[in-house]
Design a protein around this ligand. Structure first.
Ligand code: SF4
Length: 244
């Protein structure tokens, strides 16, 4: 990835664009410091995963190319998606999120252990504001700015998306910035992140949830019932029910 959009992408569509985009993301080197960090984590490993071969690269989105709901997270976890190569896969955050998606009928199984584990999503695409695991889960503004090009490319490919389901404030801000870059007027005052917040921007609705991080789920800040309600609202908005 050299930072330029490939003209060839524009002649492709839907699933083919997303497949090609996955390859571009996985080879992106725009943030050398993050690529080094991910590679180092992949070498040093966590003791409990010492026998695993870590992914150690940027993590592309995955799910249903015809999705109406686009779930945006923060970034791959160092020993989660940076290990397994799939978003929210192989860690407690993923356990929490996919259990909720399964309860809502949007995932065919409640667990997400590894690529190739049979997980399939219906009407949902999952990606993140940043595609490389950042140290301490804290991306910098320049890193988010560089990685936004991958959101733009996904936006162009995910033509059915009606709802951006934002896990956490960083994803909420990234979604608003994405919509602004794609020519949409952002309401004023600018919608603020809060669990359960919604914002209508053009024909799309943002729905917010606290992030499914262990910090939130272990402390009870985000409960399964709260996640279920937020997912239910995202499904309703995607179907055109309620505020619009
Ligand atoms: S964070 Fe995004 S822009 Fe930076 S190297 Fe990773 S994929 Fe590329």
């Amino acid at each position: 990835m050299n930072g330029k959009r490939r003209p060839a992408l524009e002649s492709l569509s839907g699933a083919r664009v997303l497949t090609q985009l996955s390859r571009e993301i996985e080879t992106c080197t725009l943030c050398p410091e993050l690529r080094s960090y991910c590679a180092e984590v992949a070498l040093t490993k966590r003791r409990s995963y010492i026998d695993d071969v870590y992914w150690g690269k940027p993590v592309a989105g995955f799910g249903d190319p015809a999705a109406r709901i686009w779930i945006l997270g923060l970034a791959p976890a160092a020993h989660g998606a940076n290990r397994t190569g799939r978003m929210f896969t192989g860690d407690r955050s993923g356990d929490f999120l996919y259990a909720g998606l399964h309860r809502a009928g949007l995932a065919n199984q409640p667990t997400s252990v590894a690529r190739g584990d049979g997980l399939a999503l219906r009407d949902v695409w999952i990606s993140a504001s940043l595609r490389c695991a950042p140290p301490a889960n804290k991306p910098t503004a320049p890193q988010l700015g560089r990685c936004a090009r991958h959101l733009d490319a996904e936006w162009d490919a995910l033509t059915n998306v009606r709802v951006l389901f934002c896990l956490g404030a960083i994803a909420w801000d990234a979604a608003l910035a994405l919509l602004a870059r794609r020519g949409h007027s952002i309401p004023r005052p600018r919608p603020k992140f809060a669990h359960g917040a919604e914002a209508v921007v053009g024909a799309r609705t943002l729905v917010a949830s606290y992030h499914v991080s262990q910090q939130n789920t272990f402390t009870g800040r985000l409960t399964p019932a709260m996640l279920d309600l937020a997912i239910e609202r995202a499904i309703e908005r995607a179907a055109g029910v309620g505020r619009r």
